[in-house]
Write a new protein. Sequence first.
Length: 237
Amino acid sequence: MALTHLDRSEGSGWVAAKARANLLLFVLHPRCVRRSKCHNFLPCGPSAQSSTPTMMERRRSSVAKPTNETLQEKKEELKAKFFASLIAAPLSIPPDFDDNDKYSPDEDGQKHDLENIDELLTKREQDYFNDAQFYCHLRARQWNMQKSLDMIRETLRWRREAKPWTISCDEIEQHFRTGKNYHNGWTKQHRPCVVMRVRLDQPGDDVGKIKTILYQMERSLRMIKARCRENDVRLFF
């Protein structure tokens, strides 16, 4: 799912979330892709005349994708280093174990083979950081182990600070009423499609806009889990 890729950005809390949301605008709709001073994006569609490779194409072509066997080893190595780093160097924001009373983990969810896992992560965090998330962070950092580890630790720190799962539909009802952001079916790979109609965006309430995107992201993750159970498939996004 395109929306699950959160690039690491400076800042904290909603400031960092706003930076991530700005990056998402480039992937939500092809017409939003444009040149900018900090990102070498090119126009999409028939009007694109230049054959110059984009920044992402150059990055992907420069690093060969590991084989399935190597990727499995890298995933297990990243997982081991991630849990070990939480023990050796805990994050500045501790886990909110009070959330365990509000969250019921999936019965068929992935179980981590670690004795003290309940002391490191809440039940919600254990469900979130499954194999798919480790693959996602490895791919986002071009299979670089240290960069992937730094990124996944930053993801955990940000989620503990921003708590995107606490956003309710009532908070962002006015943004949904505009029809600018909605779920629109599935791809052939069982990934949810979230459409953002930028022309319907209205100025003001930046925090509300960020919350709307984060709400859709969290909702899409829940929908993926439900669809995978219904169709008996495993999705790595």
